[in-house]
Ligand binder design. Structure first.
Ligand code: 5GP
Length: 179
């Protein structure tokens, strides 16, 4: 790890409030759709904290499942090589599926995961991300709900890591490298 410090980008109160709003919007959307239940899929490891808070704000019967995909390794550099390391435990055929992601950058990870899950013929497939870097997008991904658009900074906290550290921060911070 390079010498660095963390600066607050989104304070914990803002994260908490926004997640409650997202939960309410998601609940409304699926109720209007007439969905009786849904499967919420968290992409590990980054989404674990967001997922835990988000599902507590969704007021519809739901199941949870997890998938692990890797694209970054331990560095701050992006890589377009997306690998599925752990697949879902359950079946999503004809189910309403909500994918929960920590952050969308180039869009490559989610595009790949969407492709894989679409083949299993869910009744619907939507994406909710806590953070979105819209200016970094290289492939189009239909994101239904995004918590916060953020600038092109390397962020940590609230589940998101730098070399596996900082996932436990209860706010979103940015990594400032000290030259
Ligand atoms: P994408 O495939 O959209 O380029 O990248 C998505 C994944 O890249 C995220 O799930 C996350 O693991 C990682 N990522 C993108 N931006 C950041 C960032 O600012 N900080 C960290 N720690 N990971 C990031």
């Amino acid at each position: 790890m390079k010498k660095h410090h963390i600066e607050t980008l989104i304070p914990k109160e803002d994260v908490r409030d926004r997640i409650r709003e997202l939960g309410a919007e998601i609940t409304r959307f699926y109720k209007e759709k007439g969905a009786e239940n849904l499967v919420v899929i968290g992409l590990l490891r980054g989404s674990f904290m967001f997922m835990a808070d988000l599902v507590r704000s969704i007021d519809i019967p739901l199941e949870i499942d997890f998938m692990t995909a890797s694209s970054y390794g331990n560095s701050m550099e992006t890589s377009h090589d997306v690998k599925i390391n752990k697949d879902l435990d359950g079946d999503i055929y004809h189910r309403h599926v909500l994918i929960v992601e920590d952050i969308i950058d180039t869009g490559c990870t989610l595009q790949k995961i969407r492709e894989i899950l679409q083949l299993r013929e869910p009744a619907s497939l939507q994406i909710c991300t806590l953070l979105d870097k819209p200016f970094r997008r290289e492939v189009e991904v239909p994101v239904k709900w995004a918590g916060f658009p953020i600038p092109d900074e390397f962020v940590v906290g609230y589940g998101i890591d730098y070399a596996q550290y900082y996932r436990n921060l209860d706010y979103i911070g940015k990594v400032v490298i000290e030259e």
